[in-house]
Design a protein around this ligand. Sequence first.
Ligand code: TTP
Ligand code: CA
Length: 362
Amino acid sequence: MSRIIGHLDLDYFYAQVEEVENPSLKDRPVLVCVFSGRTEESGVVSTSNYKAREYGIKSGMPIAFAKRRLDGVEGTFIRMDHEKYVAYSDRVMRILRSRVDILEQAGIDEAFFDVTKKTRGDYGAATTVALELKDVILREEKLTCSIGIGPNKVVAKIASDFKKPDGLTIVRDNEAPAFLSPMSVDRIYGVGPKTAKLLEQNGLTTISELAGAPTERLEDLLGKKLGVYLHDASNGADDEPVVDRVGASQLSRMITLKHDTHDLDQVMAELLPPLRDVHERLESKNLFFRNVSAIGILRDLSIHTRSKTLETPTNEYSLLEREVNELFAALLREVGDLRRAGVRVGGLQDMVDQHSLMEFTS
Ligand code: TTP
Ligand code: CA
């Protein structure tokens, strides 16, 4: 029996949570921001609602730039509240876990699921399950999401992104090649900007071009593993399993510095033991991390964070230390003396599950 796999992604997640908590925001642009604290306008947009996107607002855009884009229209700028979004995310994941065969959380607002057994491989039954999931999440958490259903993870992930917000896209096994053909190669799970660029330089921009390229050519370009994976994926074939992941998706450590300081070397020296501790905990649980954050707390107790998402998950200690160093360097350029300092790793995932994909993309 062929598998039936789903991918669920919450719509404009952080901004939607803010709308749920304050419904009067709904009809105007909502921008969830990470303020750096240097001036009132310094910082970036983390995400925005669809009303804001009509003005060309994008994730990662400087706040001052976003304000100009809104061109006089009144938008609501909200400080990002990570803990709050994690609480919503945890509740949504709990709703999902009880209604599918296997759930694999892939990020704060997305998850893969396997419903092969539950649906006995029937796409009609899978459509019913997907509608029920959308319905329960909307009823219990007031959140909309977009779901893709397909024969594997690659197709399901692309399908969930196909119609947004509040979408449901079903791609049956035999429809997968035609569905994928016109899309650009970077839609494929595991194709980061670097790989996409390399493919494009070789005239492979769409998935159909990729699907038509001989495997040997892809192997020459990208190495054996990634070459074979992309050949299969672009032809709609992928046998990566959906793997249950439980436990925390992030891990953090905070310390109080010996003296309030603005000295990067001093901060890093004091952070070494907690950094090693974080790394040891990851190793002991066989986890890779995808996001790194530097957290600084000032004398006035204001909290400042700098985060980075890596292109591929890793468990390398030297990389962790280097990224934290860079993030604190950036943080210290924008704020005053630190009283406390901390580090957080997120997007944690099981090394065993990620092993094959890691080899492709690193
Ligand atoms: P996404 O799923 O990429 O975006 P989204 O949920 O805001 O919008 P969409 O409707 O297109 O799914 O990211 C999930 C959350 O991750 C998002 O709500 C905020 C956060 N995020 C950042 O903080 N920075 C970023 O650059 C991106 C892309 C997301
Ligand atoms: Ca989302």
